[in-house]
Write a protein that binds this ligand. Structure first.
Ligand code: PLP
Length: 359
């Protein structure tokens, strides 16, 4: 996608291309977090220099994560790392090479490509097909990238019950948890009874703290998990990881302070407002739309063309970038994102609307 967009822009330098394809965030890190990271940087250039730290994450940061998000867990069950992209695949090191892995589609492509990189066998399937068979590991992304859909309590409970029955482990990618706000949805899988026995939850500072370039993530491996891997995972981690950047971790710690939380909530509200605008307008134009209420993504059914054709038509005729569904293992849909600027989103919608009206 980026190559085609880049080539198009080079060939048409006057085209004002706007992107609904953005997976990165639009806002910079907030002042409070920046100031704390600056102090940490000054510290590193002084006699107070901090060298190798705790492999599992700064204790103060893990304590803050526990207090703010995981009061029912001990800090020993919480790990800090440098990104959920890495974490979601690294965790496979703890499981047998022949473990049967199911990836719930449509899916974040990293689960597939990452599994290839570490030479694991996996199957991409939809929910009803996974539930019919036995798998050892199931990847779930909630709220989902690309569909922007967030499970209700009852829908997620089906997965937890399946995992408990099959002794399966759910690798639960929860990086967009801050966007969840509808009634009957769940922010964390641990709100479902029994899930501590079967779920590893992954979160990141990337999206809500604008840490996509700073890099810091965290995850929970409950002591109750079957199999109990914490002791081995700690051994693995100290041998394979020297910890996340000290400065990034100080910034992540500062993100729990009130001035940072205020900005985070304001930014999430902004992205959700964009999503609402996109949702309303695509529906108005007669598209079938999923998501956009509890996530920064919307999953839209193509009309006349397949997803690559839609992508190319929108790029060349409307100068609007959308992401073809095929990239996420499901053709017939495209993904749009609300992580861009409101003005650009309005412009993109105007162009698509004009096209729809001219048909
Ligand atoms: N998981 C999902 C579902 C994502 O959409 C992304 C980034 O777009 C990531 C993980 C990557 O997160 P991180 O920046 O923490 O590596």
């Amino acid at each position: 996608v980026s190559k085609e967009v880049k080539d198009y822009k080079i060939a048409h330098p006057n085209a004002k291309v706007v992107s609904l394809g953005i997976g990165d965030v639009s806002f910079p890190i907030c002042e409070h977090v920046k100031n704390k990271m600056k102090e940490a940087c000054d510290n590193q250039a002084s006699a107070n220099y901090v060298g190798y730290g705790n492999y599992y994450g700064l204790l103060e940061l893990r304590q803050a994560i526990k207090e703010n998000e995981y009061p029912d867990f001990s800090v020993d069950e919480i790990y800090v790392s440098d990104g959920t992209k890495t974490d979601s695949i690294d965790i496979l090191e703890m499981f047998d090479v022949n473990a049967r892995i199911a990836i719930y589609a449509p899916l974040y492509p990293i689960y597939v490509n990452g599994s290839y990189c570490v030479n694991r066998k996996f199957e991409t399937k939809d929910q009803k097909d996974i539930l019919k068979e036995h798998f050892d590991i199931v990847y779930l992304c909630n709220p989902n990238n690309p569909t922007g859909y967030a499970f209700t309590y009852d829908e997620l409970k089906v997965w937890v019950d399946y995992a408990l029955k099959n002794n399966a482990v759910i690798i639960y990618d929860n990086v967009y948890f801050k966007f969840i706000n509808s009634p009957n949805t769940v922010k964390s899988i641990y709100e479902i009874a029994g899930s501590k026995k079967c779920a590893i939850e992954l979160r990141s500072f990337s999206k809500h703290v604008s840490f996509t370039g700073i890099r810091c993530s965290y995850y929970v491996i409950p002591n109750e998990l079957y199999p109990n891997i914490n002791e081995y995972w700690k051994l693995r981690t100290l041998n394979r990881f020297n910890g996340a950047s000290y400065i990034a971790q100080i910034g992540a710690l500062a993100s729990f302070d009130a001035p940072a939380q205020k900005v985070i909530n304001k930014n999430i509200t902004y992205y959700l407002k964009n999503a609402h605008y996109l949702r309303e307008n695509f529906i108005k134009m007669g598209y079938e739309v999923i998501g956009g209420t509890d996530a920064p993504y919307l999953w839209i059914k193509c009309k006349e063309m397949n997803s690559w054709e839609t992508f190319r038509y929108f790029l060349k005729e409307l100068n609007v970038v959308v992401i073809p569904g095929s990239i996420f293992s499901l053709d017939g849909y495209f993904r749009v994102s609300s992580l861009g600027k409101y003005e650009d989103i309005v412009l993109a919608i105007e162009r698509i609307m004009r096209y729809e009206e001219s048909k």
